[in-house]
Design a protein around this ligand. Structure first.
Ligand code: PLP
Length: 400
């Protein structure tokens, strides 16, 4: 028997964090590296939000709080769901954690038994299958296709459901593909779910506000209120308000689940940081002006990146409608050799060679459950994106 828990052998460290660390190391060693691996906005938290955090410190709001969120923040979240998603939640149906990640983690830990299945459409956010496995559950990966815009079809969902299915995890706009489900596309899925009352829905709406081309955001409970008593709606301030380091995420769902999640949190991390909670109140109740401004900037960057990648030899990059990621296929590059003499058998070879030879850090598609492809985060200064795309074009142009 080894010292470490058996459960650890079921999971692997985050590939996105690994790429970010590798790029950081190379940079520290003096290499010219452009990191397109990290999933966070490159701009600063807005001033009014920072000030609210500073005020909280000055006013001594620096003590333990209620485990799953201060009443002011729960009220702000209730108002947000009403205002933006037309869903009525009570404060007892709302939980606040250290990032959306902890909300998802608490929910899975609070509900999974060994052998429970969780349906996860691929490409998926790296943490979903790992968290499920850590909780003793079985991730059931359902592949989507580029042709379907990386969206789960109702047929594929129906086929994946078994008596052991506990959850389905949906993410729209998607990390890593940027795919967005319209209300009609969600309706097709909720129609299937209505026929399977034992299946719960975890909807990860973290990128709600990063949506382009006038596309309208939709979420499960808004589309089908009959699923409200078995849906956890997850959201947070990290991406929309450039608050990744503050660590505040939230979820809303049936009070029985919310209570169980608070029990897990009470015995692990207690409350999320008091200061960050006050800052999050300001984020949700203060001016929202910068959200469309940032979305417009992201849309320009998306257009630039997709345009330039599609001019690269051996890449095909679909145009996503949301988040700040693109997910080009590098299938035509497989089997080729780089200028530096590296043979490319997998997308991992592709991204390693790209980093070594051109100093561009991206994440291999296999980490997200579908390849050969890679993910680019375009939450980076426009000049750097342009330079990175020039390097990718050169890298691909030199393949033989
Ligand atoms: N869900 C998705 C799809 C994400 O991409 C992320 C962050 O990368 C999270 C959840 C977690 O966000 P947070 O930083 O609030 O924990």
């Amino acid at each position: 028997m080894g010292f470490l828990a058996d459960s650890l052998s079921r999971i692997k460290p985050s590939a996105t964090i690994a790429v970010t660390n590798k790029a950081r190391e190379l940079k520290a060693a003096g290499r010219d590296v452009i990191g397109l691996g990290a999933g966070e906005p490159d701009f600063d938290t807005p001033e009014n939000i920072k000030e609210a955090g500073i005020r909280a410190i000055r006013e001594g709001k620096t003590k333990y709080t209620a485990v799953d969120g201060i009443p002011e923040l729960k009220a702000a979240i209730v108002a947000k769901f009403r205002r933006e998603n037309h869903i009525d939640y009570a404060p007892a149906e709302v939980t606040v954690s250290a990032g959306g990640k902890q909300v998802l983690y608490n929910a899975l830990m609070a509900t999974l038994n060994v052998g429970d299945e969780v349906i996860i459409p691929a490409p998926y956010w790296v943490s979903y299958p790992e968290m499920v496995a850590l909780g003793g559950g079985t991730p059931v990966i359902v592949q989507t296709t580029m042709e379907s815009g990386f969206r789960l079809t109702p047929e594929a969902l129906e086929a994946a459901i078994t008596p052991r299915t506990k959850w389905i995890i949906l993410c729209s706009p998607s990390n890593p593909t940027g795919a967005v489900y319209s209300a009609a596309q969600l309706r097709a899925l909720t129609d299937v779910l209505l026929r399977h009352p034992h299946v719960w829905v975890m909807t990860d709406d973290m990128y709600e506000h990063l949506i382009y081309d006038g596309v309208r955001f939709a979420t499960v409970v808004e589309v089908e209120s009959r699923l409200k008593d078995r849906t956890l709606t997850v959201n947070g301030v990290s991406k929309a308000y450039a608050m990744t380091g503050w660590r505040i995420g939230y979820g809303a769902g049936p009070s029985m689940l919310i209570k169980a999640m608070a029990t897990i949190q009470s015995q692990s991390t207690s409350n999320p940081t008091s200061i960050s909670q006050y800052a999050a109140v300001e984020a949700l109740t203060g001016t929202q002006d910068f959200i469309p401004k940032n979305a417009a900037l992201f849309q320009q960057r998306r257009d630039l990146v997709v345009g330039m990648l599609n001019q690269a030899n051996g890449l095909y990059c679909p145009m996503p409608e949301g988040a700040f990621y693109v997910y080009p296929s590098c299938a035509p590059a497989m089997g080729k050799t780089t200028k530096g003499g590296r043979k490319l058998a997998t997308d991992e070879d592709f991204v390693t060679a790209l980093l070594e030879e051109e100093g561009v850090a991206v994440v291999q598609g296999s980490a997200f459950g579908q390849g050969p492809a890679f993910r680019i985060s375009y939450a980076t200064a426009t000049e750097l994106l342009e330079e990175a795309c020039i390097r990718i074009q050169r890298f691909c142009g030199n393949l033989t």
